[in-house]
Design a binder for this molecule. Structure first.
Ligand code: HEM
Length: 269
């Protein structure tokens, strides 16, 4: 039977041959043999990258649904997004079973590799609305990574889609916010906070949407918190392999909200 005629099975459908052969612990070639925990370290990062891919897929879909005005579908998918983030946060438990000595046995083999370079993580930040053009400087302008991030930087974010959506429901979003795609992080605006106040008081369906967005924001902050604690217990205050200040660098973004208006409106409710 030729290859095209072979029936699809579990393994061929999932391309398991590719996936299960995509782990190559660098310590394998070490005279002392592979370090036991390096496989876990590789797999946990790969699993996260797969979840990142799924999150991007769902977030793009949410933006489309908001564009077409389908609130029901939007809420449904945002619930899924929240569940994925919760799974991602809980997966930190697994990598925390690696002791500092287990990690230091192979850490030098990472060279300058670091989560700091994860393109999909930055894509998620940009898609939500947490955009910083400076992030692009880490990539060569002629690389695929640069092009991907630039197009995310220039595309409307989930927050832009949300503002358009509520404007479509006759809330007075300032025209300049609808006409431009911001390429920097979201800055709270009095006009939007006032609209959110109205929504919370009078519009239960849109309140649900706002709560779904804040769930998402809180979920990302939870991930940042668990990640920095994991970093502190594994490498203390050492420098990161990506060249940053390590835990100190990570702590700077700990409390950073993605949707500041949604946090600020709490003060007036
Ligand atoms: C023992 C495990 C880990 C350690 C010690 C660690 C350490 C670090 C450090 C020190 C940084 C700061 C950048 C630098 O390298 O200089 C960083 C950033 C980052 N790491 Fe990890 N990490 C670990 C596991 C993970 C896992 C499992 C993921 C999942 C993908 C991950 C994703 C990231 C991301 C996305 C950043 C960039 C964060 C930002 O810039 O806001 N890390 N990590």
């Amino acid at each position: 039977m030729s290859k095209e005629n072979q029936a699809t099975n579990y393994s061929s459908y999932l391309l398991l041959e590719k996936i299960l052969n995509a782990q190559e612990p660098r310590s394998k070639s070490h005279p002392g043999g592979a370090e036991h925990d390096e496989l876990l370290f590789i797999i946990i990062h790969q699993v996260f990258e797969l979840w990142f891919k799924q999150l991007l897929h769902e977030l793009d879909f949410v933006c489309k649904q908001l564009h077409t005005g389908d609130l029901g579908r939007t809420l449904h998918v945002l619930k899924r997004v929240r569940s994925i983030i919760k799974v991602m946060v809980s997966q930190v438990d697994v990598i925390e079973t690696m002791t500092p000595l287990d990690f230091s046995a192979f850490r030098s083999r990472l060279d300058s590799a670091s989560g700091l370079q994860s393109v999909q993580f930055r894509e998620i930040e940009f898609t939500l609305g947490f955009k910083r053009e400076t992030v692009l400087r880490r990539y060569s302008p002629d690389s695929q990574e640069y092009a991907t991030l630039k197009s995310r930087l220039e595309a409307p974010s989930l927050w832009d889609a949300f503002l358009k959506f509520i404007a479509g429901r006759d809330y007075p979003v300032p025209q300049e916010m609808l006409a431009t795609v911001s390429q920097s992080e979201i800055v709270a605006s009095e006009a939007i906070i006032k609209i959110l106040e109205d929504i919370y008081h009078k519009d239960p369906k849109l309140t649900q949407l706002c709560e779904s967005l804040i769930d998402l924001d809180e979920g990302i902050q939870e991930w940042r918190y668990r990640h920095v604690k994991m970093v502190q217990r594994t490498i203390g205050m050492k420098q990161g392999t990506g060249g940053s200040d390590g835990a100190n660098y990570l702590m700077a973004s700990l409390d950073k909200p993605i949707f500041p208006d949604l946090w600020q409106v709490r003060m007036s409710l």
